[in-house]
Design a protein around this ligand. Sequence first.
Ligand SMILES: [Fe+2]
Ligand SMILES: [Fe+2]
Length: 166
Amino acid sequence: MSTDAIVMLKEDHARVRKLFIQFRQAGENATATKAAIVDKILEALTVHTFLENEVMYPRVQQLLPDLKDDVLESYEEHHVADVLCAELAAMDAADERFDAKTMVLIESVTHHIEEEEVGWFPKVREGMSRKTLQEIGAEMAELRKRAPRKPNQPSALKKAIDAVIS
Ligand SMILES: [Fe+2]
Ligand SMILES: [Fe+2]
């Protein structure tokens, strides 16, 4: 597995996109199937967001100050997704709002991934050395081992709460 930070994050994005497709293709009444897919989506997003919040975004802000606005907007998009994830984690899949909330999460995360991959990750690739990106990747690989896996775990909520009260 590559430790290049951008390659690693794009692998996460690809995994999440696959889960989004599975959710869209699940039948209208496939409540149990959709609940299981959403569980996987919430876990994947919780880990991924944590790694970006704790490592990738701060490093980018520090090393490439010109990208500050992109990073700040990304933190806000993470925050919106965090709120939806926390609500979904507490919601029964049979709830009439479950599918609608999941679709809003899918749409908003798809937009966010697009902005990262097309909008500003290419500028990070351009502005950082291969070695730096590998160091950041290694740091994220290490942190992944103890990253929160559920949206309602305290370490996952911390950033969302920080964003609300700061
Ligand atoms: Fe992100
Ligand atoms: Fe991402």
